[in-house]
Design a protein around this ligand. Sequence first.
Ligand code: SF4
Length: 346
Amino acid sequence: MRADIDLDIGRKTFASGLLPELIAVVRRSRPGDLVAVIGDHDGVGPELETWCRFTGNPLLEATVEKGRSRWVFRCGAVPVRAQDDNKDNRPVGSRLWLYTNFDCNLHCDYCCVRSSPNAPRRELGLTRVQRIAREAAELGVKEIFVTGGEPFLLEDIGEILLSCAAAAPTTVLTNGMLFTGRRAESLRALPRGRIVLQISLDSATPELHDLHRGPGAWARTREGIQRARALGFRVRLAATVSTDAEAEAFGQFLDEEKIAAEDRVIRRIALRGVASEGVALSRADLVPEVTITAEGVYWHPVGAEDADLLVTRDIFPLAESFAAVRRAFDREGEHANKLAKIFNCA
Ligand code: SF4
């Protein structure tokens, strides 16, 4: 992860002068700046993590590069807030995300899970999805989101979506470019009242969308949107943007297209996966939304292959993996309460 400021601390620790250096670097930073602390003393890690928590400068990454430890933290709170759809009030476990495959027909330059035509397929598989759907229904899951990479690359995506839709209303995230041939047949067989298509469209005209997603992508996605609507599906349009100006321009386009508020998603690029710019998010910034991939259960879909967001490798029983996410969420809450007590000023 790139940083705005590099702080080389050599062999310094909190016992030998690291704290003043951290305070100084935070003072000369702007909110949202990323600071990389590079050092040669392994023992600094846990103390630095505690300092980050207690000072509200979230630790985003810890790596070892060329034999040296490197930690990246963000100065202050997340600079922009993702679209607020009352997510803070949603109970953990009411929304479930499934990553079905990870490979994709596109190679977007901001993909938060590094999907592409070259990404190896890591398939959740129909049998596991069917079990997840059964157990999710018993656990009272209210909504299921299915994402890929591109889910419509899968031969059995129709059956996968049918099992999900039998358990809860299901939204499938797609780039909308593959609704032809047998994939159109899969689509045709799905229940319109239980399945929503969330199609990624980043801009009103091709330039910006194609800049991130590849030449010709915008036109094919627009065709896909028309096809999905013609088949009677509810379509949500989801844009990933870099700036407020891009968000505003897309909002105007949605107004012109008379897209209902509940069928709009506008979010910022997250600094995850292959993105080189974007909003740097830590676990503490994200209210958990249980996310299952072939590799295990993650805290949130935005980093569904990143070690810091992995909760457990064990998917089943689903009740236990949900409980693991809730326990992790409670631990985050305990840290916040501890912080409130330490800095209780009155
Ligand atoms: S952002 Fe979506 S469409 Fe683009 S590579 Fe990633 S999964 Fe594929």
